[in-house]
Design a protein around this ligand. Structure first.
Ligand SMILES: [Ca+2]
Ligand SMILES: [Ca+2]
Length: 601
């Protein structure tokens, strides 16, 4: 039997959940088996779904018997095949470890965060790695109570939204992307009550909170997968199985099919993160109910991880399948949007635009490198302007860096300590359209981990936050930090930055607060202003009749710019101040400075 046929058989069997249909499928399999045995030229209509899996013990039984039939003759073993398969125990009623999980359906309970309508459209977000933010109990691990204690800091900065990296119980006890229980908080971070307290305190300060959610995969130690691995509690089909190994390397060259107890399971990132079978209705309901669980508790939305990998249709079709968008638009977004004033944003580095459409919002990967390059080389990069042209910026989330090394790493490292360029990148992010996300510590210029022996490049960007210049603890904990502190803790920490008149922190605070005061900067349309001198990046942001002009001088020299036609009044110029008042027709823009202006009265 060809591989194609085997896949087709499984596709057929997946459809059959009731006895009648199952019998029909078994019958059809036998027909096809005879066809195969007789050398017929059957073309399988598997629609390229080479990911197909073996769906139940009964399917596997059928498949094994059919394989045998191919070897020894269909007709001789036909009766045996039917008998054996019909008698194979089905797994739905067997007990499993997942019986201890809360998998109950969740009814919608609407609640009001008290946040202003469309808060997310006006917010600057902070992405926070809880483990690294603030330890409250001295165990060296950041926690909810520590985070709550820093809400005043975030509020002072002007932050209106927080994205919490995974806060559910995880297997990895590190980044949290390997979830073992979707309805429990990570015990390292505290209790559910601690989380609720944090949420209430954030809302009280006018800050919305979105949480990371993993649709694509769970932890291998999640009881759901442990049961799937052992054919228990009806969970076999919740993950993607086949009985033979396939070489489907991912982007890093790593294998994606991994040996389980009985067959091979698919896990695109890691063998400890098996992919869910999102074609199974029970899995879809499971995720929908989990979302409701957290929405009922009052979270303001989700950041959805790795949505480019949700569905897979073969070794050359593992990423960005159309199914992903249908799933997000039809099965996820309506669940979240049933609640008022919620926000969801998706991660898909390979396809922000279609994802923004299906998810509602997506991170604009690719823009960050162009912004940083403009700032670094003192010249407006055409690719930055190109990326901004005709992009649905209102639906895009912008960033300079995040927790993943593929996004570029800590800015201080990328810019090799050049704070002038750093400031210009920040001013660009905070004046451009889109919803800006700052990665914790970015606002103080935090560097990579001191520990250069750590082989995991992502660990370098997930250090304890530098609150003080304490070389051991960074003011993050009274104990021993879970990971080495940042390499520049002595010079770049919150305590020092608050004392320095022109620190990076104050620069961030300045532009965040300015953005918060300017609706046109938050949600106005973007229009590039043509300037021949590439050292200058100029654009307007327009909201109704409200127009703002932004002039960014990326270079380290003053640049003379001649403005034509319009009269502009300076609102702000930072960090190197221009004279207040009306912009002269020929203005000398200070080096590495952003200027904001509005039309003259
Ligand atoms: Ca702790
Ligand atoms: Ca997947």
């Amino acid at each position: 039997m060809t591989e194609t046929r085997r896949l087709y058989f499984n596709q057929l069997t997946r459809a059959g959940t009731n006895r009648w249909l199952r019998h029909r499928v078994v019958f059809l399999k036998l027909i096809l088996c005879v066809d195969s045995y007789s050398g017929g030229n059957f073309v399988a209509a598997n629609n390229g779904k080479a990911h197909a899996q073996l769906n139940s013990r009964q399917d596997r039984c059928s498949m094994k018997n059919i394989t045998s039939l191919s070897s020894f003759g269909c007709s001789a073993l036909l009766a045996l095949s039917l008998t054996a398969c019909q008698q194979a125990p089905a797994d739905p009623d067997t007990p499993g470890l997942s019986d201890a999980l809360d998998l109950s359906p969740i009814a919608v309970e609407l609640n009001d965060s008290g946040l202003p309508a469309d808060w997310q459209k006006h917010a600057v977000f902070m992405e926070i790695y809880i483990r690294g933010y603030q330890d409250n109990d001295g165990d060296g691990i950041g926690d909810f109570n520590g985070l709550t204690s820093r809400l005043d800091y975030l509020q002072d900065l002007g932050i209106k939204g927080i994205w919490l990296m995974p806060m559910m119980q995880s297997q990895d006890r590190d980044h949290g992307y390997a979830v073992t229980d979707y309805r429990k908080v990570e015990p390292d971070y505290g209790s559910l009550d601690d989380f609720k307290h944090f949420l209430n305190e954030a809302h009280r300060r006018g800050i919305g909170v979105i949480i990371d959610y993993l649709i694509n995969h769970s932890a291998a130690q999640n009881p759901l997968f442990l049961d799937s691995d052992k054919h228990l509690a009806g969970k076999r089909d919740w993950y993607i199985w086949r009985d033979d190994f396939q070489h489907w390397p991912n982007w890093g060259g790593n294998e994606t099919w991994h040996a389980g107890t009985d067959g091979f399971y698919y896990g695109i990132f890691w063998d400890q993160m098996p992919d869910f079978n999102l074609r199974h209705p029970e899995v879809v309901s499971f995720h929908q109910n989990n979302l409701r669980y957290w929405l009922n508790l009052g979270v303001d939305g989700f950041r959805f991880d790795a949505v480019g990998t949700l569905f897979e249709n073969g070794s050359s079709a593992m990423l960005n399948q159309p199914d992903n968008h249908r799933f997000l638009a039809d099965s996820i977004r309506p669940i979240v949007m049933e609640y008022p004033n919620r926000y969801m944003v998706c991660e898909n580095p390979d396809g922000p635009m279609p994802t923004a459409e299906s998810c509602g919002s997506a991170f604009y990967f690719g823009l960050q490198g162009a912004i940083l390059a403009s700032a670094k080389f003192g010249k407006t990069k055409q690719r930055m302007k190109d990326r901004l042209e005709n992009a649905p910026m209102a639906q895009l989330a912008t960033l300079l860096a995040n927790h993943d090394s593929f996004a570029g790493g800590r800015i201080m490292e990328q810019l090799k300590g050049d704070e002038g360029s750093y400031r210009m990148a920040a001013a660009t992010l905070l004046t451009l359209p889109g919803t800006p996300f700052i990665y914790y510590g970015e606002e103080i210029g935090i560097g990579h981990s001191l520990d250069i022996t750590d082989p995991d490049p992502d660990h370098r960007l997930r250090t304890p936050m530098s609150w003080t210049d304490d070389a051991n603890s960074a003011g993050f904990t009274t104990g021993t930090p879970f990971r080495a502190v940042a390499n520049n803790v002595a010079t770049h920490n919150v305590a020092a930055a608050l004392e320095q008149p022109s620190s990076l922190l104050k620069h961030y605070r300045h532009w965040i607060q300015l953005r918060n005061l300017q609706p046109a900067l938050q949600s106005g349309d973007y229009q590039a202003v043509e300037v021949t001198d590439k050292r200058i990046f100029a654009f307007t942001r327009t909201l109704d009749d409200d127009v703002r002009l932004v002039l960014l001088n990326y270079s380290s020299q003053p640049v003379e710019l001649t403005l034509t036609d319009s009269c502009w009044q300076i609102i702000d110029s930072y960090p190197n101040s221009l004279l207040a008042g009306t912009l002269p027709t020929t203005v000398n823009l200070p080096p590495q400075t952003a200027t904001l202006a509005q039309p003259c009265e």
